[in-house]
Write a protein of this length. Structure first.
Length: 44
């Protein structure tokens, strides 16, 4: 989740292109989803 938070912070940087911000936001979403799946599988 630390990586997802850092990547989401990158998505908030207004000095980079909108495309780069979207890519960072998508990456943060995928990192969060993967973390949730790993937690779910470990508890299941």
């Amino acid at each position: 989740m630390i990586a997802a938070r850092r990547t989401l912070g990158d998505a908030r940087v207004t000095s980079i292109s909108p495309e780069a911000r979207l890519e960072a936001a998508y990456k943060a979403l995928m990192q969060s989803a993967l973390a949730a799946l790993l937690i779910k599988s470990a508890s299941g």
